[in-house]
Write a protein that binds this ligand. Structure first.
Ligand SMILES: Nc1ncnc2c1ncn2[C@@H]1O[C@H](COP(=O)(O)OP(=O)(O)OP(=O)(O)O)[C@@H](O)[C@H]1O
Ligand SMILES: O=C(O)[C@H](O)COP(=O)(O)O
Length: 395
């Protein structure tokens, strides 16, 4: 992959694809980790006299402009971190983007509005995606891919634009790939992967492949309930991926055949509703009442998961064990994070929310070997898959 040193950026418009998908509470950014991780590359380009045009997505607005997914608050925070103004374009490839980019002087930076306001960004139709990519590429002369968290998406800004412009990888992508490579080459064993979180359908897909690589797979968070249901248990109102139950039954069989330990929760915190102060009880994972939803792993599971991490030599963890944003349901995530910190192992945490959880719970970031900005992206990297955003940069 070419790096920033291979591009002559002085006086030129450089489109930087960053991952600025941060958690928001209204317009308040609750964790700015991904913005901070994007700063070094943007700063390096500014210092070299480029006109920097940053593009990124926020949430999943599905091709429509929805104010709650606006990147405007992110532009303000990015400006504070860079110590200079960030011009904000109120559209992606429209008049505002054109005039904002036109007005940039060398060493100045702009952020475009949420890429996913445009249906072309995520389109599965190559022509529609390509047409949007042409418009986006038209804003700049060079492209820098640095949004590691999104490299697993075959989206216009990730996959198509680098084919249209001279390009390079930014420092974040270089660093992430450098560390994650260690998890795919000569992995020290026992190798344990811990999965949780809420993007269940996305991440179930990676399990088949992980089962060929790991010694133990621990499943918590919103992911666990599809497994419990597949084993025939009631999961009440818990997060469930009904259409993937057969696939999950297949994983359970495959794990058995391969001798991979697949460890599920034995108890959960079952709440009456999804709320910070929801009334809840600890119940056996096999006996979740029909009118309750599991919002965290229970105390016995925390001990069980910690014991399964304790002797590991390599651990990758993606996805919180519960709704850590609510204090009452953050204990499981904290227990798993502490188990990783205590392990004598190469430990990697991946994912926007997983990394945010570590910081929110006040745990030391240097307690882990690496905190990755990518969740789904790191998981797919670990599978050994070719990721569209990396392949495009390698071309
Ligand atoms: N039992 C549960 N029920 C509902 N939501 C849950 C549960 N457990 C965890 N979550 C939610 O999962 C979300 C994080 O999931 P997600 O899969 O997006 O992880 P991530 O670390 O951000 O990875 P990525 O970077 O791929 O998005 C959190 O907002 C958390 O509240
Ligand atoms: O949060 C992430 O994992 C990345 O920003 C990608 O977001 P996505 O899962 O909505 O594509």
């Amino acid at each position: 992959m070419r790096t920033l040193d291979d591009l002559d950026v002085k006086g030129r418009r450089v489109l930087v694809r960053a991952d600025l998908n941060v958690p928001l509470d209204g317009e308040t950014i609750t964790d700015d980790g991904r913005i901070r991780a994007s700063v070094p590359t943007i700063r390096a380009l500014l210092e070299r006299g480029a006109k920097v045009v940053v593009c990124a997505h926020l949430g999943r607005p599905k091709g429509k402009a929805e104010p709650k997914y606006s990147l405007r608050p992110v532009a303000a925070r990015l400006g504070e971190l860079l110590g200079q103004d960030v011009a904000f374009a109120t559209d992606v490839v429209g008049d505002s983007a054109a005039s904002t980019v036109e007005a940039l002087q060398d060493g100045q930076v702009a952020l475009l509005e949420n890429l996913r306001y445009e249906p072309g960004e995520e389109s599965k139709d190559d022509a529609e995606r390509g047409a949007f990519a042409e418009r986006l590429a038209g804003l700049a002369e060079l492209y820098v891919g640095d949004g590691f968290g999104a490299v697993h998406r075959k989206h216009a800004s990730v996959y198509d634009v680098p084919r249209l412009l001279p390009h390079a990888a930014g420092g974040l992508i270089e660093a992430e790939v450098g560390v994650l490579r260690r998890l795919t080459e000569d992995t020290e064993r026992p190798y344990v992967v811990v999965l949780g979180g809420a993007k269940v359908s996305d991440k179930l897909g990676v399990i088949a492949n992980l089962l060929t690589k790991v010694d133990r797979l621990l499943i918590g968070g919103g992911m666990a309930y599809t497994f419990l249901k597949a084993q025939g248990h009631e999961v009440g109102n818990s997060l469930l991926q009904e259409d993937q139950l057969d696939q999950v039954r297949g994983f359970l069989d495959e794990a058995g055949r391969r001798g991979v330990e697949l460890v599920l929760p034995v108890d959960v915190l079952a709440a009456v509703t999804y709320a910070p102060d929801a009334e809840h009880d600890v119940v056996e994972a096999t006996a979740i009442p029909a009118d309750r939803e599991g919002l965290d792993i229970g105390p016995k599971t925390r001990e069980l998961f910690a014991s399964k991490v304790a002797d590991a030599r390599t651990v990758f963890w993606n996805g919180p064990m519960g709704v850590f944003e609510f204090d009452a349901f953050s204990g499981g995530t904290k227990a798993v994070a502490e188990a990783l910190i205590g392990a004598d192992a190469f430990t990697v945490v991946g994912g926007g929310d997983s990394a945010a959880a570590v910081r929110r719970l006040g745990l030391p970031e240097d307690g882990f070997s690496h905190i990755s900005t990518g969740g789904g992206a790191s998981l797919e990297y670990l599978e050994g898959k070719t990721l569209p955003g990396l392949a495009a940069l390698e071309d």
